[in-house]
Design a protein around this ligand. Structure first.
Ligand code: G1P
Length: 295
């Protein structure tokens, strides 16, 4: 069985849901408490034992690459000012993990973005993490998936149950229970089924562990939902060919690509922060008591 060593993170999207905030900065660089969103994703990857991150980028995304790079000028200024704690913090970010970038030259869909990684990934299983999906859990979500992969030696997609009226926003899977806890054998997958047509409430979230055969399947996938090359369509053909498992991960997922989901992530992460948690809790109580300072 091959080890999972690489993680692909597509970051080429425009971030239109956050305009005008994302007019000049990538949505992945929007801050959650004290770190950009993308850093939480990369930290999950690192905590799961992954050795290399492959970013699928587009024009205007160099801030993400710079964030994980060493900044000589900034380091020299901080050194001159004896700001050692800050230097240490920055060095932790730049030495987190090796980051490689591949450009997606045309916005042809998520499936196409992943296909762009084929030469860098090569012939080994790999992870895909979508930057909009933040997961907070005791054991990192990707680690939970790798643990299952090491038992089944097949692709694994992370899922969560969603209300039936929200199934049209996700890739939905139908599956059969297995002897492994929280694990289903995938039978059918549909990308964003029309409202009222879904038979299942099991939604794919942005965490996939894929066998390299997915690249062949992606190469043969025609545009699907929304006229884009959909990863879900290629997953279906991989599931038919050699099998795939859906795993109901343990933890809480935030849709940080949505304004409300993003705010919830900020609040929950801040509430657990060692110095911000308590004063924020006091402030929230104050607001909940109807004492909003603008009124
Ligand atoms: C993508 C996938 C979808 C998945 C979702 C999870 O959709 O295509 O299958 O359920 O991510 O966040 P998007 O939300 O990027 O349109």
């Amino acid at each position: 069985m091959k080890k999972v060593r690489k993680a692909v993170i597509p970051v080429a999207g425009l971030g239109t849901r956050f305009l005008p905030a994302t007019k000049a900065i990538p949505k992945e660089m929007l801050t959650i408490v004290d770190r950009p969103t993308i850093q939480y994703i990369v930290e999950e990857v690192v905590a799961s034992g992954i050795e290399e991150v492959i970013l699928i980028t587009s024009a205007g995304k160099s801030a993400i690459e710079n964030h994980f790079d060493y900044n000589y000028e900034l380091d020299t200024i901080l050194k001159d000012k004896n700001k050692d704690a800050l230097r240490e913090e920055l060095s932790l970010t730049s030495s987190l993990i090796d980051v490689v970038s591949v450009r997606q030259k045309e916005p042809l869909g998520l499936g196409h973005a992943i296909w762009m990684a084929r030469k860098v990934v090569g012939d080994e299983p790999f992870l895909v993490l979508l930057g909009d999906d933040l997961v907070r859990s005791k054991v990192p979500c990707c680690r939970q998936m790798i643990d299952l992969y090491e038992k089944v030696n097949e692709s694994v997609v992370a899922i969560q149950r969603v209300p039936m009226d929200q199934t049209c926003q996700y890739g939905i899977i139908e599956g059969k229970e297995t002897d492994f806890e929280r694990t289903f054998k995938v039978k059918q997958m549909v990308e964003k089924p029309a409202p009222g047509t879904s038979k299942s409430d099991m939604a794919i979230i942005g965490r996939y562990l894929l066998m390299p055969e997915i690249f062949k399947a992606l190469g043969k996938t025609s545009p699907g939902h929304g006229g884009e090359i959909q990863l879900t369509d290629a997953l279906q053909s991989l599931a038919d060919q050699r099998g795939m498992y859906a795993y109901e991960f343990e933890g809480k997922r935030y849709d940080a690509g949505d304004k409300l989901g993003y705010l919830k992530a900020i609040i929950d992460i801040a509430l657990d922060h060692p110095t911000l948690g308590e004063p924020l809790r006091d402030h929230l109580k104050f607001v909940c008591d109807g004492k909003n300072c603008l009124q």
